[in-house]
Design a protein. Structure first.
Lengths: 218, 143
Protein backbone atom coordinates (compact mmCIF):
# COMPACT_ATOMS: atom_id res chain seq x y z
CA UNK A 1 0.00 0.00 0.00
CA UNK A 2 1.44 3.40 -0.99
CA UNK A 3 0.73 6.76 0.55
CA UNK A 4 -1.78 9.06 -1.23
CA UNK A 5 -0.13 12.10 -2.90
CA UNK A 6 -1.71 14.98 -0.85
CA UNK A 7 -1.16 13.13 2.40
CA UNK A 8 2.48 12.56 1.43
CA UNK A 9 3.05 16.30 0.97
CA UNK A 10 1.34 17.06 4.27
CA UNK A 11 3.35 14.44 6.12
CA UNK A 12 6.65 15.69 4.62
CA UNK A 13 5.87 19.30 5.51
CA UNK A 14 4.88 18.35 9.07
CA UNK A 15 8.14 16.41 9.49
CA UNK A 16 10.21 19.30 8.15
CA UNK A 17 8.35 21.71 10.48
CA UNK A 18 8.86 19.47 13.49
CA UNK A 19 12.60 19.15 12.93
CA UNK A 20 12.86 22.88 12.16
CA UNK A 21 11.05 23.79 15.38
CA UNK A 22 13.27 21.46 17.45
CA UNK A 23 16.45 22.83 15.89
CA UNK A 24 15.41 26.44 16.40
CA UNK A 25 14.83 25.61 20.09
CA UNK A 26 18.21 23.95 20.30
CA UNK A 27 19.87 26.96 18.68
CA UNK A 28 18.06 29.30 21.03
CA UNK A 29 19.42 27.30 23.96
CA UNK A 30 22.94 27.56 22.56
CA UNK A 31 22.51 31.31 22.05
CA UNK A 32 21.10 31.68 25.58
CA UNK A 33 24.18 30.01 27.05
CA UNK A 34 26.47 32.17 24.88
CA UNK A 35 24.47 35.22 25.97
CA UNK A 36 24.96 34.34 29.65
CA UNK A 37 28.72 33.78 29.16
CA UNK A 38 28.96 37.17 27.42
CA UNK A 39 27.03 38.72 30.32
CA UNK A 40 29.32 37.05 32.84
CA UNK A 41 32.41 38.38 30.98
CA UNK A 42 30.84 41.82 31.06
CA UNK A 43 30.18 41.50 34.82
CA UNK A 44 33.85 40.56 35.38
CA UNK A 45 35.02 43.56 33.32
CA UNK A 46 32.78 45.92 35.31
CA UNK A 47 34.26 44.49 38.53
CA UNK A 48 37.78 44.92 37.10
CA UNK A 49 37.02 48.60 36.51
CA UNK A 50 36.26 48.96 40.20
CA UNK A 51 39.69 47.51 41.07
CA UNK A 52 39.02 43.78 41.43
CA UNK A 53 41.77 41.93 39.52
CA UNK A 54 40.75 39.76 36.55
CA UNK A 55 41.09 36.05 37.22
CA UNK A 56 42.95 34.80 34.13
CA UNK A 57 42.26 31.12 34.81
CA UNK A 58 38.54 31.88 35.04
CA UNK A 59 38.66 33.91 31.82
CA UNK A 60 40.38 31.01 30.05
CA UNK A 61 37.65 28.61 31.19
CA UNK A 62 34.97 31.04 30.04
CA UNK A 63 36.43 31.47 26.56
CA UNK A 64 36.90 27.68 26.27
CA UNK A 65 33.25 27.13 27.22
CA UNK A 66 32.16 29.84 24.78
CA UNK A 67 34.11 28.14 21.97
CA UNK A 68 32.46 24.80 22.86
CA UNK A 69 28.99 26.37 22.56
CA UNK A 70 29.90 27.94 19.20
CA UNK A 71 31.10 24.51 18.00
CA UNK A 72 27.85 22.91 19.18
CA UNK A 73 25.79 25.56 17.38
CA UNK A 74 27.84 25.24 14.20
CA UNK A 75 27.46 21.44 14.13
CA UNK A 76 23.70 21.71 14.69
CA UNK A 77 23.36 24.29 11.89
CA UNK A 78 25.41 22.13 9.50
CA UNK A 79 23.31 19.06 10.25
CA UNK A 80 20.11 21.00 9.72
CA UNK A 81 21.48 22.43 6.48
CA UNK A 82 22.28 18.92 5.15
CA UNK A 83 18.85 17.70 6.28
CA UNK A 84 17.11 20.63 4.53
CA UNK A 85 18.91 19.89 1.25
CA UNK A 86 17.65 16.30 1.31
CA UNK A 87 14.11 17.68 0.94
CA UNK A 88 15.05 19.09 -2.49
CA UNK A 89 15.84 15.78 -4.19
CA UNK A 90 13.51 12.87 -4.79
CA UNK A 91 16.25 10.29 -5.28
CA UNK A 92 20.00 10.52 -4.82
CA UNK A 93 22.97 8.38 -3.91
CA UNK A 94 24.13 8.95 -0.32
CA UNK A 95 25.99 7.43 2.60
CA UNK A 96 23.32 5.89 4.83
CA UNK A 97 25.56 6.13 7.91
CA UNK A 98 26.05 9.91 7.52
CA UNK A 99 22.32 10.46 7.00
CA UNK A 100 21.33 8.34 10.03
CA UNK A 101 23.96 10.13 12.14
CA UNK A 102 22.43 13.48 11.14
CA UNK A 103 18.80 12.52 11.74
CA UNK A 104 19.67 10.89 15.07
CA UNK A 105 21.31 14.13 16.21
CA UNK A 106 18.33 16.16 14.98
CA UNK A 107 15.78 14.07 16.91
CA UNK A 108 17.83 14.04 20.14
CA UNK A 109 15.87 16.92 21.65
CA UNK A 110 12.52 15.29 20.84
CA UNK A 111 13.67 12.08 22.56
CA UNK A 112 15.12 13.98 25.54
CA UNK A 113 11.89 15.92 26.09
CA UNK A 114 10.04 12.59 26.21
CA UNK A 115 12.35 11.61 29.09
CA UNK A 116 14.58 9.19 27.17
CA UNK A 117 17.93 9.29 25.36
CA UNK A 118 19.29 8.03 22.05
CA UNK A 119 22.17 5.56 21.96
CA UNK A 120 23.53 5.49 18.42
CA UNK A 121 25.87 2.75 17.26
CA UNK A 122 27.06 3.12 13.68
CA UNK A 123 29.67 1.11 11.76
CA UNK A 124 32.85 2.91 10.83
CA UNK A 125 32.32 2.57 7.07
CA UNK A 126 30.17 3.89 4.25
CA UNK A 127 26.96 2.17 3.20
CA UNK A 128 25.91 3.62 -0.17
CA UNK A 129 22.20 3.79 -0.88
CA UNK A 130 20.30 5.32 -3.80
CA UNK A 131 16.95 6.40 -2.44
CA UNK A 132 14.93 9.32 -1.09
CA UNK A 133 17.04 10.45 1.88
CA UNK A 134 14.35 12.79 3.23
CA UNK A 135 11.69 10.07 3.40
CA UNK A 136 14.18 7.63 4.89
CA UNK A 137 14.92 10.16 7.64
CA UNK A 138 11.18 10.52 8.18
CA UNK A 139 10.99 6.72 8.55
CA UNK A 140 13.69 6.82 11.26
CA UNK A 141 11.88 9.70 13.01
CA UNK A 142 8.53 7.86 12.81
CA UNK A 143 10.04 4.60 14.10
CA UNK A 144 11.65 6.45 17.03
CA UNK A 145 8.27 8.12 17.74
CA UNK A 146 6.44 4.77 17.70
CA UNK A 147 9.01 3.23 20.04
CA UNK A 148 8.84 6.20 22.45
CA UNK A 149 5.14 5.47 22.97
CA UNK A 150 5.97 1.92 24.11
CA UNK A 151 9.19 2.43 26.11
CA UNK A 152 9.51 1.89 29.81
CA UNK A 153 10.44 4.95 31.90
CA UNK A 154 14.00 6.27 31.37
CA UNK A 155 14.87 3.47 28.93
CA UNK A 156 17.12 4.52 26.02
CA UNK A 157 16.33 4.23 22.32
CA UNK A 158 19.07 2.23 20.57
CA UNK A 159 19.75 3.04 16.92
CA UNK A 160 21.98 0.65 14.97
CA UNK A 161 22.78 0.24 11.30
CA UNK A 162 24.19 -2.79 9.53
CA UNK A 163 24.37 -4.07 5.97
CA UNK A 164 24.49 -7.57 4.60
CA UNK A 165 24.45 -8.46 0.92
CA UNK A 166 22.30 -5.94 -0.91
CA UNK A 167 20.26 -4.83 2.13
CA UNK A 168 20.91 -2.30 4.86
CA UNK A 169 19.05 -2.68 8.17
CA UNK A 170 18.34 0.20 10.55
CA UNK A 171 17.34 -1.14 13.92
CA UNK A 172 15.50 1.09 16.39
CA UNK A 173 14.89 -0.68 19.67
CA UNK A 174 14.36 -0.33 23.40
CA UNK A 175 12.91 -2.01 26.47
CA UNK A 176 9.16 -1.66 26.29
CA UNK A 177 6.35 -2.24 28.74
CA UNK A 178 4.92 -5.75 28.47
CA UNK A 179 1.95 -5.94 26.12
CA UNK A 180 2.51 -2.40 24.82
CA UNK A 181 2.98 -3.06 21.13
CA UNK A 182 2.92 -0.53 18.30
CA UNK A 183 -0.01 -2.26 16.54
CA UNK A 184 -1.81 0.09 14.10
CA UNK A 185 0.66 2.93 14.72
CA UNK A 186 3.01 1.49 12.08
CA UNK A 187 0.68 1.76 9.05
CA UNK A 188 2.06 5.08 7.78
CA UNK A 189 5.64 3.94 8.39
CA UNK A 190 4.94 0.76 6.41
CA UNK A 191 3.53 2.85 3.51
CA UNK A 192 6.61 5.10 3.46
CA UNK A 193 8.99 2.15 3.58
CA UNK A 194 7.08 0.50 0.70
CA UNK A 195 7.65 3.62 -1.40
CA UNK A 196 11.35 3.44 -0.56
CA UNK A 197 11.42 -0.16 -1.81
CA UNK A 198 12.02 -1.37 1.73
CA UNK A 199 10.27 -3.10 4.60
CA UNK A 200 9.49 -2.70 8.31
CA UNK A 201 9.83 -5.63 10.63
CA UNK A 202 8.54 -5.34 14.21
CA UNK A 203 9.76 -7.89 16.73
CA UNK A 204 9.50 -8.47 20.44
CA UNK A 205 12.27 -10.31 22.20
CA UNK A 206 12.79 -10.67 25.95
CA UNK A 207 11.23 -7.29 26.80
CA UNK A 208 12.93 -5.45 23.92
CA UNK A 209 10.81 -4.05 21.13
CA UNK A 210 12.63 -3.60 17.80
CA UNK A 211 11.57 -1.91 14.60
CA UNK A 212 13.91 -2.85 11.76
CA UNK A 213 13.80 -0.74 8.61
CA UNK A 214 15.39 -2.52 5.65
CA UNK A 215 16.38 -0.74 2.41
CA UNK A 216 18.29 -1.91 -0.67
CA UNK A 217 21.94 -0.82 -0.91
CA UNK A 218 23.81 0.15 -4.14
CA UNK B 1 16.16 45.47 46.12
CA UNK B 2 18.41 42.90 47.76
CA UNK B 3 18.62 39.57 49.60
CA UNK B 4 16.01 37.94 47.39
CA UNK B 5 15.85 34.17 47.37
CA UNK B 6 15.19 32.58 43.99
CA UNK B 7 14.66 29.05 42.73
CA UNK B 8 16.00 28.58 39.20
CA UNK B 9 14.57 25.63 37.24
CA UNK B 10 16.04 24.65 33.85
CA UNK B 11 17.30 21.36 32.42
CA UNK B 12 20.04 23.24 30.52
CA UNK B 13 22.54 22.95 33.37
CA UNK B 14 25.24 25.13 31.85
CA UNK B 15 22.72 27.96 31.35
CA UNK B 16 21.45 27.60 34.93
CA UNK B 17 24.94 27.54 36.37
CA UNK B 18 26.06 30.79 34.69
CA UNK B 19 22.78 32.62 35.29
CA UNK B 20 22.97 31.61 38.97
CA UNK B 21 26.50 33.04 39.21
CA UNK B 22 25.35 36.32 37.64
CA UNK B 23 22.34 36.58 39.93
CA UNK B 24 24.43 35.79 43.02
CA UNK B 25 26.90 38.53 42.08
CA UNK B 26 23.87 40.88 42.25
CA UNK B 27 23.03 39.83 45.78
CA UNK B 28 20.36 37.21 44.99
CA UNK B 29 20.45 33.85 46.75
CA UNK B 30 19.91 31.11 44.17
CA UNK B 31 18.95 27.46 44.41
CA UNK B 32 19.21 25.77 41.02
CA UNK B 33 17.50 22.52 39.96
CA UNK B 34 17.22 20.74 36.60
CA UNK B 35 13.67 19.35 36.61
CA UNK B 36 10.08 20.06 37.55
CA UNK B 37 9.99 17.29 40.15
CA UNK B 38 13.09 18.68 41.90
CA UNK B 39 11.45 22.14 41.86
CA UNK B 40 8.36 20.74 43.61
CA UNK B 41 10.53 19.17 46.32
CA UNK B 42 12.43 22.43 46.85
CA UNK B 43 9.25 24.53 46.93
CA UNK B 44 7.78 22.33 49.67
CA UNK B 45 10.70 22.91 52.00
CA UNK B 46 11.92 26.46 51.39
CA UNK B 47 10.74 30.04 51.04
CA UNK B 48 11.38 31.73 47.69
CA UNK B 49 10.65 35.29 46.62
CA UNK B 50 10.49 34.08 43.01
CA UNK B 51 10.73 30.91 40.97
CA UNK B 52 12.31 31.29 37.53
CA UNK B 53 11.06 28.37 35.47
CA UNK B 54 11.97 27.16 31.99
CA UNK B 55 9.05 26.15 29.80
CA UNK B 56 10.54 23.27 27.80
CA UNK B 57 11.84 20.53 30.07
CA UNK B 58 11.76 16.74 29.85
CA UNK B 59 9.49 14.63 32.07
CA UNK B 60 7.45 17.56 33.44
CA UNK B 61 7.28 20.72 31.33
CA UNK B 62 7.10 24.29 32.68
CA UNK B 63 3.31 24.54 32.45
CA UNK B 64 2.74 21.31 34.40
CA UNK B 65 5.38 22.32 36.95
CA UNK B 66 3.71 25.72 37.33
CA UNK B 67 0.30 24.11 37.98
CA UNK B 68 1.75 21.79 40.62
CA UNK B 69 3.81 24.56 42.28
CA UNK B 70 0.68 26.69 42.66
CA UNK B 71 -1.16 23.72 44.15
CA UNK B 72 1.56 23.56 46.83
CA UNK B 73 1.41 27.31 47.44
CA UNK B 74 -0.88 29.63 45.42
CA UNK B 75 1.15 32.67 46.57
CA UNK B 76 4.31 31.55 44.74
CA UNK B 77 5.59 34.12 42.25
CA UNK B 78 6.60 32.23 39.13
CA UNK B 79 8.42 33.83 36.19
CA UNK B 80 8.44 31.64 33.07
CA UNK B 81 11.41 31.65 30.70
CA UNK B 82 10.23 30.71 27.26
CA UNK B 83 12.31 29.71 24.27
CA UNK B 84 9.26 29.74 22.00
CA UNK B 85 9.11 32.41 19.33
CA UNK B 86 5.38 32.80 19.93
CA UNK B 87 4.04 34.34 23.13
CA UNK B 88 1.05 31.97 23.32
CA UNK B 89 2.50 29.63 25.92
CA UNK B 90 3.75 32.52 28.04
CA UNK B 91 0.24 34.01 28.01
CA UNK B 92 -1.18 30.57 28.85
CA UNK B 93 1.20 30.44 31.84
CA UNK B 94 0.08 33.89 33.06
CA UNK B 95 -3.57 32.81 32.75
CA UNK B 96 -2.72 29.80 34.91
CA UNK B 97 -1.26 32.02 37.61
CA UNK B 98 2.35 32.77 36.64
CA UNK B 99 3.48 36.26 37.61
CA UNK B 100 5.00 36.96 34.18
CA UNK B 101 7.08 35.45 31.37
CA UNK B 102 10.30 36.48 29.64
CA UNK B 103 11.74 35.35 26.32
CA UNK B 104 14.96 33.37 26.56
CA UNK B 105 17.72 34.63 26.52
CA UNK B 106 16.42 37.13 29.06
CA UNK B 107 18.20 40.40 29.75
CA UNK B 108 19.62 40.16 33.29
CA UNK B 109 18.39 43.64 34.23
CA UNK B 110 14.83 42.78 33.16
CA UNK B 111 15.02 39.52 35.06
CA UNK B 112 16.28 41.30 38.19
CA UNK B 113 13.43 43.82 37.90
CA UNK B 114 10.91 40.97 37.65
CA UNK B 115 12.45 39.30 40.70
CA UNK B 116 12.12 42.59 42.58
CA UNK B 117 8.44 42.79 41.53
CA UNK B 118 7.95 39.19 42.63
CA UNK B 119 9.37 39.96 46.06
CA UNK B 120 7.08 43.01 46.42
CA UNK B 121 4.05 40.92 45.34
CA UNK B 122 4.96 38.20 47.78
CA UNK B 123 5.33 40.68 50.67
CA UNK B 124 1.92 42.18 49.86
CA UNK B 125 0.36 38.72 49.88
CA UNK B 126 2.02 37.89 53.20
CA UNK B 127 0.72 41.16 54.70
CA UNK B 128 -2.77 40.43 53.34
CA UNK B 129 -2.77 36.92 54.77
CA UNK B 130 -1.54 38.22 58.16
CA UNK B 131 -4.28 40.87 58.17
CA UNK B 132 -6.91 38.24 57.32
CA UNK B 133 -5.61 35.98 60.08
CA UNK B 134 -5.72 38.80 62.66
CA UNK B 135 -9.25 39.74 61.52
CA UNK B 136 -10.27 36.10 61.87
CA UNK B 137 -8.90 35.94 65.43
CA UNK B 138 -10.58 39.23 66.38
CA UNK B 139 -13.90 38.08 64.89
CA UNK B 140 -13.66 34.78 66.73
CA UNK B 141 -13.19 36.64 70.00
CA UNK B 142 -16.10 38.95 69.16
CA UNK B 143 -13.95 42.13 69.21
Amino acid sequence: MNEAHPRRGQRRLAFFGRIGADISHEMRNVLSVIGEYAGLLDDLLVLAETGRPLDHARLKTLTKNLAAQVKKGTETTERFNRFSHTAEEQTASFDLIAVVEDVAALVQRHVRLEGHRLEVELPNREIRVTNNAFDLQYAVFAAVGILLKCLEKDEPVAVKVDAEGSTAALSISGRAAAGDEPGGRTSRLVAVMNELGGTVNTSWNDGTLSLVLAVPTD
Amino acid sequence: MGHEKVLLVDDEREFTQILAQRMESRGVGVDAVASGSEALEKAKGAFYDAIVLDLAMPEMDGIETLKRLLEINPDLQVILLTGHASMERGIEAVKLGAMDFLAKPADIQKLMEKIGEAKANKMLLVEKRTEQRIKGILNAKGW
